[in-house]
Ligand binder design. Structure first.
Ligand code: MSP
Length: 640
């Protein structure tokens, strides 16, 4: 029977649009799934959206929508994004699906009947952003560490899940299954949480405070708290408890999450499973965070990276490759377009792309595009260990992909690509082509190079499925066949001599730094400054412009943008403004300067940074000169 493989992503909250972080986890899950399909396994890949809770209610209100309409709208954004990113999920679950809601009720009832849920009064520090109570120890300077806001004291009667009862069991389970949470640093982090006494988990909200949730089956005045609802998606999507999919896939489940939700997945979830009598999941695979310019990606900082924008500019496979190659699974990574361009040019255009077009061009030049015959007598002397290196690369790749070390698996592939490039240099087919007597060695060399490319096309398939198919087509194979099956890759000399190959193509065009996204840099605020010929306006129209006094608190140059500086200005609150003044001012001379900011200008993205406002300046042929005040004024003071 075919081995099953089941992988899940977190179900994403619908209170924000999908961004680079969501794209990364989902692409990783897609890569893992495609890799397991290469192993010939029966794969199932689940993603979806988490749609209950007060965060969603508040977000809907802000948009003037009912929660129902709102969740439908945002959930669709996620669902529609995945095919655009080459993600081939098997199912998409929503916590508002009636089948899911029925499973949540059923499991709650089961745990309640077993005596692990009790009713009690609770007073605590509640963060509305996180939808959870915080202990004093968890707060930083009395504030929620994520939202940096002071929590509110809330007192209410609620239902609690007796997690404490399972603490010792969980410690033992984690210790005796070393790969249960991986990489190891997160296993250690989970064990560190468990060093402290585990508090019972509040699993309900009174309907008086929140209606948008699943009603507790044993008390209709309450809805269940988000985690109890959300985590169960992983089994409800499979038709728990009787579904065939549940029987097939649940025993092999692997979860993928980022470090932000280690605690719910590493602590609450196994305990919930244990209490409900459901077998515990196999592995929790935890990755780090994508940061932008060393800081957390967030709407308020205006540095949210849009995956579709990057795909449209740089191409899907290049984008997927960058994400998987650049982040060491488990550690944080810093996103920058410069790093993306660097990877495209060096790893894709240079190493892989050049090898591919070089080999195909030679096959066309010297053998009219026909896969040559290999004669056994000369094969040995011309092979130079390439076959053994290919086998090693496949074995290494398989081991690393299986253990979620995707970045290292790609390194192993690129080691082989570099080996292939050296093989070209050492065998020098252009020299062999000069001598009639070298006809057979040249056949062998070209054949081996085509074989190597065939193997590479299979190995890159999980990360770059379109590129794999393109390469296959140019190697005379049917891209629809199961060419990527690892068993097939392991057969050396699978290419049929005599096959006619199409002409070579450029797999990855080089990207000139500054030629793409950087075009937008030209649009600094100086271009919007008034000229003499503007039409007359009324005082009301003028007062629609919110001019404010602000002090520059930080200033820095932006790599690759000669004219632009990134400023942090304080106008009562801090915000980021990108200004086209780098040729007139140094960052140092700006810090502490009071300037005038157009505070209600629609945010615009410049150099990948969202600028929230613009500085007022006089502009002549020497460039902008900043408008300032003749004595210091409180930050945020309006100008009239
Ligand atoms: N709804 C919960 C999860 C419930 S799962 C039963 C939730 N949703 S979320 O929308 O906040 O998604 C969090 C997840 O999104 C992270 O665990 C990670 O997979 C992904 N990421 C969000 N921001 C990220 C980065 N900046 N970097 C990497 N991944 C990030 O939590």
């Amino acid at each position: 029977m075919t081995r099953p493989f089941y992988v899940t992503t977190p179900i994403y909250y619908v209170n924000a649009r999908p961004h680079l972080g969501h794209a990364y986890t989902t692409i990783v899950a897609d890569v893992a799934t495609r890799f397991h399909a290469m192993l010939g396994e029966n794969v199932f890949f689940l993603t979806g959206t988490d749609e209950h809770g007060d965060k969603v209610v508040r977000a809907a209100k802000k948009e003037n929508m009912t929660p129902r309409v709102y969740v439908d709208t945002i959930s669709r954004l996620f669902r529609d994004l995945w095919p655009e990113l080459g993600v081939n999920n098997s199912a998409f679950i929503r916590t508002t699906d009636p089948d899911h809601m029925a499973v949540v009720e059923q499991v709650l009832q089961k745990i309640y009947d077993a005596g692990d849920i009790y009713f009690a009064e609770y007073e605590g520090q509640y963060c509305f952003g996180c939808e959870r109570f915080y202990t004093d120890r968890e707060l930083v300077d009395g504030k929620c560490p994520d939202h940096e806001t002071e929590p509110e004291t809330i007192k209410e009667s609620n239902y609690f899940f007796k997690m404490s009862r399972y603490q010792d069991w969980l410690i033992e389970h984690i210790r005796s299954n070393p790969d249960f949470i991986r990489p190891e640093r997160y296993k250690n982090e989970a064990l560190a949480f468990l060093n402290e006494p585990l508090e019972d988990l509040c699993i309900s909200r009174p309907k008086a405070r929140l209606k948008w949730g699943i009603t507790l089956p044993f008390d209709s005045n309450y809805v269940t708290y988000v985690w109890f609802d959300a985590l169960l998606n992983y089994v409800s999507a499979l038709g728990y408890p009787d579904g065939e999919r549940y029987q097939t896939y649940w025993p092999v489940v692997q979860h993928i999450v980022a470090k932000d939700i280690l605690k719910p997945h590493g602590i609450y979830w196994p305990i919930m499973l244990k209490a409900a009598g459901i077998p515990i999941y196999r592995h929790l695979n935890v990755h780090g965070y994508w940061n932008v310019e060393q800081s957390k990606m967030s709407k308020s900082l205006g540095n949210v990276v849009e995956p579709l924008e990057l795909k449209n500019i740089y191409g899907l496979d290049a984008f997927r490759f960058f994400l998987i190659r650049d982040m060491t699974f488990g550690l944080d990574s810093n996103f920058s377009e410069a790093a993306l361009i660097q990877r495209i040019n060096s790893d894709l255009a240079n190493d892989l792309g050049n090898l591919f077009s070089r080999v195909l061009s030679m096959v066309h030049k010297y053998r009219q595009g026909i896969v040559p015959e290999v004669e056994a007598a000369v094969e040995k002397e011309c092979e130079l260990g390439l076959e053994a290196d290919a086998r090693d690369a496949i074995a290494e790749y398989e081991k690393l992909m299986t253990s979620f070390q995707f970045h290292n698996a790609l390194r192993a592939v690129w080691k082989f690509i570099s080996r292939m490039n050296k093989y070209v240099d050492v065998t020098a087919p252009w020299e062999l082509a000069k001598k009639k007597s070298s006809r057979k060695p040249l056949d062998v060399v070209l054949y081996n190079l085509l074989e190597g490319l065939r193997i590479i096309s299979g190995l890159v398939y999980p990360v770059m499925p379109d590129t794999a198919a393109k390469m296959q087509k140019h190697l005379g194979q049917n891209p629809k066949s199961l060419f990527y099956l690892i068993e097939h890759l392991k057969i050396w000399k699978a290419l049929k001599p005599g096959t006619e190959l199409p002409k070579s193509i450029v797999l990855f065009p080089r990207v000139e730094p500054g030629s793409k996204k950087t075009d937008t840099v030209a649009k600094t605020e100086t271009s919007g400054l008034p000229s003499d010929s503007k039409p007359e306006i009324t005082i009301e129209q003028f007062s629609a412009v919110d001019l404010r006094v602000a002090t520059v608190v930080q200033a820095e140059a932006i790599p690759r943008a000669k004219k632009v500086l990134k400023l942090e200005v304080d106008l009562g609150h801090k915000r980021i403004v990108v200004a086209g003044i780098a040729e007139q001012y140094t960052p140092e001379e700006l810090i502490g300067k009071q300037v005038i900011v157009v505070a209600n200008l629609k945010p615009a993205k410049l150099m990948g940074i969202v600028s929230n406002g613009m500085l007022v300046a006089a502009v002549d042929e020497s460039g902008p000169t900043l408008a300032t005040l003749d004595k210091p004024v409180k930050n945020g003071t309006p100008l009239r």
